[in-house]
Design a protein around this ligand. Structure first.
Ligand code: CTP
Ligand code: MG
Length: 226
């Protein structure tokens, strides 16, 4: 079975507050999106990648990709919200791929082992797969800045990417949703009544959201080098 990956990378990175869109922010001298793609490449289970980039920075994005990836990675224009970027990626895929991963450029340091776990679960028959990690903070529900309750943490998990799908399942979920700003694709499958399976995520697959996350990513990369 052939597997394609869609990499939503068109966000502006408001919370990071850099001088350029987040996917193009440099980490150890390379744009975040290049790190994210390398993880997919190193997994050796992704046959093709479509990157949905900031529409006004597509040339810059293409130029940042290693030339050895030219037949593997393709750059297209993303949309105004993440879901639109994923939808644009889906539309641009050829008919060759039965399995589709969706991986945030912002999760630049996902270990290839996580990518492999997701694809293995799809190959074993799961229609949709998400990597998860147990929530480690105590979580409380608030209303109007007052605590209503402490939520039982043992059933709570944080969700990462890549999320994997049988292509028909993802396409159907996107086609039938009435929502326009979902932050994750498996959520669309759930709301369409589909089954979503889980595999173990990894701490290093954290999402680079704010400046502290970028500092953490630098530290992770330098620890990998030593
Ligand atoms: N994304 C996208 N298209 C958008 C918005 C987001 O492809 N219109 C992508 C981002 O590039 C990122 C992923 O979705 O890889 C997760 O989004 P997030 O971490 O929120 O990134 P940004 O939207 O760029 O950041 P912010 O919300 O702080 O502006
Ligand atoms: Mg965002």
């Amino acid at each position: 079975m052939s597997t394609a990956a869609i990499v939503p990378a068109a966000g502006s990175g408001v919370r990071l507050g850099a001088d350029r869109p987040k996917a193009l922010v440099l980490l150890a001298g390379e744009p975040l999106v290049v790190h994210a793609l390398r993880a997919l490449r190193d997994s050796e289970v992704v046959d093709r990648v479509v990157i949905a980039g900031p529409p006004d920075r597509l040339d810059e994005l293409s130029a940042a990709l290693p030339s050895a990836w030219s037949g593997w990675a393709q750059v297209i224009a993303g949309g105004a919200v993440r879901q639109a970027s994923v939808a644009a990626g889906l539309e641009s895929l050829s008919g060759d791929h039965e399995l589709v991963l969706v991986h945030d450029a912002a999760r630049a340091l996902v270990p290839p082992a996580v990518v492999i776990r997701v694809v293995d679960a799809l190959l074993a028959g799961a229609p949709a797969v998400i990597p998860v990690l147990p929530v480690s903070d105590t979580v409380k529900r608030l209303r109007d800045a007052r605590v209503l309750e402490t939520v039982d943490r043992t059933s709570l998990y944080a969700v990462q990417t890549p999320q994997g799908f049988r292509r028909d399942v993802l396409a159907e979920a996107h086609a039938t949703t009435t929502e326009s700003e979902a932050t994750d694709d498996a959520g669309l499958v759930e709301r369409a009544g589909g089954e979503v399976c889980v595999v173990d995520g990894a701490a290093e697959a954290f999402k680079i959201t704010g400046p502290l996350d970028l500092a953490l990513a630098e530290a992770v990369l330098s620890s990998r080098r030593h």
